[in-house]
Every structure is written in structure tokens, then in C-alpha cells.
Design a protein around this ligand. Structure first.
Ligand code: 6PG
Length: 255
């Protein structure tokens, strides 16, 4: 069942996201296991990063047991304003005691193809595997664009058909630049997938993805067969979802 979690505000979405991350990390840490998390880019997760960089998460989370990866990156240097890693560094990584070796950014500064190969190697090294095996992230956060893209998987692009590579180079989005992205192969292998979406301008695409016809929008291709992902929305982003869906087998959590 896809978990539809509707929070009162964007701040509620950030808090719930932080709570989900804390729950997954602590559940694994008490068993002596690390947690491999793939972070989304874009602006939505930044509020969650700011929360995680403050108490109680700052001191409470066992950061030594957390490994951070990215679902996608713009092919720009880390200090570029469009860098997803750069944003996470400013809002979170520079403010918590996570060992540098636990932070696995995509090499946006390299040529796209080289960056894709490099990241595939880094993931393989961490998970001690190589294709055709598929790495399993413990937790993946995703956003959705108004065109239904997620990560840097854009509608109609051949990237959606990739069934061998874990990381590929693409071009598109806003900004329309070269990007690196995890493929559906890897994203759909994750143990837990959470879409974090907030804001009035996302209501239409949320309704289209969740209640519209199957259009093979990238966000609709996330785990169509297995356990579908959780959708963590604020009321603004959820406002076009019909009541049945909102109050049916899913629950509204109002912070
Ligand atoms: C990126 C993101 C992208 C993002 C969506 C939503 O690098 O652009 O990974 O997929 O999640 O575009 O972006 P916002 O959170 O800024 O709305």
C-alpha cells in the first residue's frame, strides 16, 4: 500500500521526513547496521536538512552509521549554486558530525560520462557488488517536478528504459543542464522510497501521478509493481486529491 501522509504544512513535511529518517537509522543502528540513504536534489528537502542539522537530531542521530548518497546531481562543481551536494553541505553536512567517508557525492565537476562511471564504481565499492547485481538503498527520498520527473529522470527520455546501468548521464530539467541520475533499476530496488512534496504548485502533478491515468510519467514508474512508495505531502500539494483517496486506506497526519 502506498503510504499517503498529509501534513498541515511544509514544515510538517520536513519534520515527518526527519522522523522517518531517524526511525530507519536508529532501527538499523541498534542492530549494528549502517543505513545507506539516497537524498533527492531540488529545494524541498532543504527544510528537512536544516531540521536534521539542529537538536535533537544533530546530537541524537548516530551519524557514524549513516551513509549519504544522492539520487541525482547537476554536472556542476560542488560550490555552484545549482549543486544538490553543495546545498546539502551548506544546510546539513557542515553542521553535523558525519564522517567525511560516509558522504558520497556524485562528481558533478567531472565530464558527465566520467561522473556516471565514477559514481557507479563508488556505489559498487560501498555495496561490494557489480552489475548485474542491483544495490539496495535502505531509504531513498525523491521529489517530483511539475512535468512528473523524479531524480533526473525526465518524461520521454531513453533514460527511463535503462535496465543495466545504475547511474547514467542525462540532460534536462530546470536548469536544463547535464545531470547524473540513479536509474529506475536502482531506485526501484530501494527498501523504502519516500516522495516529499510541498506547495500549491505541485497539487496538479501530485493528482496526475497518483490519480490520473497511467502515462508512464517517471514518478509513476517508481515501484509500479512492488510496494509503492510513501507520499509525504503538505495540504497544499494534496489539495486536488479526491476525498476517497485522502480518507480511504491512507491516513492524514496533521502536525
Ligand atoms: C533535481 C531534483 C529533482 C527535484 C524535483 C523537485 O536535482 O532537480 O532531484 O528531481 O526533486 O525537480 O524539485 P523541488 O523540490 O525544488 O520542487
Amino acid at each position: 500500500m502506498d503510504g499517503l501522509i498529509i501534513e498541515q504544512s511544509a514544515a510538517g513535511v520536513h519534520k515527518k521526513g526527519a522522523e522517518i529518517l531517524r526511525h530507519v537509522v536508529r532501527e538499523r543502528s541498534v542492530r549494528g547496521e549502517t543505513t545507506a540513504i539516497a537524498l533527492s536534489g531540488g529545494s524541498t528537502p532543504l527544510g528537512m536538512y536544516r531540521l536534521l542539522a539542529r537538536e535533537p537530531y544533530r546530537s541524537e542521530l548516530p551519524w557514524n552509521d549513516v551513509h549519504l548518497f544522492w539520487v541525482d546531481e547537476r554536472c556542476v562543481p560542488p560550490d555552484h549554486p545549482a549543486s544538490n551536494y553543495g546545498a546539502a553541505r551548506r544546510e546539513l553536512l557542515d553542521r553535523v558530525a558525519i564522517p567525511p567517508s560516509n558522504v558520497h557525492p556524485m562528481a558533478g565537476e567531472l565530464a558527465p560520462l566520467a561522473g556516471a562511471v565514477r559514481y557507479g564504481d563508488e556505489i559498487g565499492e560501498f555495496f561490494h557488488m557489480a552489475p548485474p547485481e542491483i544495490p539496495t538503498f535502505d531509504l531513498v527520498f525523491l521529489g517530483v517536478g511539475n512535468d512528473g520527473h523524479t531524480a533526473s529522470l525526465f518524461p520521454g527520455q531513453i533514460s527511463l528504459d535503462e535496465r543495466k546501468k545504475w547511474v547514467i548521464a542525462v540532460k534536462g530539467g530546470n536548469p536544463n543542464v547535464h545531470r547524473l541520475t540513479l536509474t529506475l533499476l536502482v531506485l526501484n530496488q530501494a527498501k523504502k522510497l519516500v516522495f516529499m512534496v510541498s506547495g500549491r504548485e505541485k497539487a496538479e502533478i501530485v493528482q496526475r501521478v497518483l490519480q490520473g491515468p497511467r502515462e508512464n510519467l517517471p514518478a509513476q514508474l517508481i515501484r509500479p509493481s512492488g510496494e509503492t512508495p510513501s507520499w509525504l505531502l503538505d495540504r497544499e500539494a494534496a489539495r486536488l486529491l479526491n476525498e476517497k483517496r485522502r480518507n480511504g486506506d491512507e491516513h492524514d497526519t496533521f502536525e
